[in-house]
Design a protein around this ligand. Structure first.
Ligand code: ADP
Ligand code: MG
Length: 359
């Protein structure tokens, strides 16, 4: 592994980090302006950076063992990892910016639903903010990262990942109202541990289904004549259930999930961990039955985790159709307990589950 000095012949001027994230509860609500409650994970991305006098950007990824170059101000998409960096500098205009050398190192596993992309964007933006003296608060920084991913990389993502990476804190969950962008750090009680276990199922058709779900939500919004699905409450249930299938189920998921996020915040504050676990379990059922984004082996992994000693509740996290589950449990022996869950899952499904958190 090459150091910054070995790569670029001088020491870095600044160094910045940003974590990956897992969503505790509030799934498929962000594109309807709803509520989400992500937590940061211990894995993070680190960027070391040094300004240059010209406008050449030279960027090294330790994980990919590659150094790539482009001209700041002449960014153009290449459809590879460098687009995340180019997107950031393209969106940074008109802030002061020149060329730079950067070394990216990360232990956030890419493509596992822990948002290595946001960790990369936010750590890069933090390094650039410091090196070039930008005045840019953490919310605006998150929005810049999101724009880089939506407008430059071309991934239609909500704002949760970048907000979580930019504003999150280790022993707290971050409540986000994705419409107003109001955020609140909710401390995680000492008796609560959080695990993330990857199902070993790659979510290949997830992006296609994601688009379909977004379209269904837009259609339900129009049919109900509301500004967004986030305005729905239990009182709207009769109207929701009168929608044509499957819009009825989709809208019901969004409405009930938003209510569960608010309840989960209260449960965390009150230290009501059994209650929190029940909310996670209800979220999973709603994602499985109403939003229809689960698959049988993911349901199996959730069920096995829920049976493990000390577990309060579990659910799929992320877009669905595979990916990871999030588990709320007593912190003692959590990793070993999840390793046993992974063993039983393998025996039943022949798939390899990986415990990503705790490390
Ligand atoms: P996720 O955010 O869930 O991990 P994405 O597909 O959104 O998955 O982002 C993963 C992509 O981000 C990788 O394919 C790569 O292009 C880029 N990326 C993330 N971390 C790094 C890294 N350390 N070095 C280079 N590229 C990275
Ligand atoms: Mg991502």
């Amino acid at each position: 592994m090459s150091s910054f000095r070995e790569l670029f012949g001088a020491d870095p001027e600044v160094s910045a980090e940003a974590p990956g994230r897992a969503n505790l509860i509030g799934e498929h609500t962000d594109y309807s302006g709803g509520f989400v409650l992500p937590v940061t994970i211990p894995q993070r991305t680190r960027v070391e950076l040094r300004r240059r006098r010209d406008d050449t950007a030279r960027v090294h990824s330790v994980q990919l063992r590659r150094t790539e170059e482009y001209r700041v101000g002449s960014e153009s998409a290449r459809h590879d990892w460098l687009d995340y960096v180019q997107g950031v500098t393209a969106m940074a205009r008109p802030r002061p910016l020149r060329g730079f050398e950067a070394r990216i190192d990360s232990d956030v596993p890419p493509g596992s639903g822990l948002s290595s992309s946001a960790a990369l964007e936010i750590s890069m933006l933090r390094a650039l903010r410091e090196a070039f003296g930008w005045t840019l608060d953490d919310v605006r920084l998150a929005l810049l990262g999101q724009r880089a991913e939506v407008e430059f990389v071309g991934a239609p993502v909500g704002v949760m990942d970048q907000m979580a990476s930019s504003l999150g804190s280790p022993r707290a969950a971050l409540f986000i109202d994705t419409q107003s962008l109001r955020t609140e750090l909710v401390p995680i009680p000492a008796g609560l541990g959080i695990a993330v276990v990857h199902s070993g199922i790659s979510h290949d058709h997830a992006s296609g289904e994601y688009r379909v779900r977004r379209g269904e939500c837009e259609e339900a919004t129009r049919a109900l004549g509301v500004a967004s699905l986030r305005t729905l409450t239990v009182e709207d249930l009769p109207r929701i259930e009168a929608l044509r299938p499957p819009l009825d189920r989709r809208a019901r998921h969004v409405m009930t999930e938003n209510a569960r996020v608010l309840e989960a915040v209260e449960a965390l504050r009150a230290g009501a961990l059994e209650r929190l676990g029940a909310l996670l379990a209800a979220s999973h059922r709603s994602l499985r039955d109403d939003y229809q984004v689960s698959v049988p082996d993911l349901d199996r992994l959730v069920a096995l985790a829920a049976e493990a000693p000390g577990v309060f509740g579990a659910r799929l996290t992320g877009g669905g159709f595979g990916g990871a589950i999030v588990v709320a449990a007593r912190p003692e022996g959590l990793r070993a307990s999840m390793e046993r869950v992974a063993e039983r899952y393998r025996a039943q499904t022949r798939r390899t589950a990986t415990v990503l958190v705790p490390r």
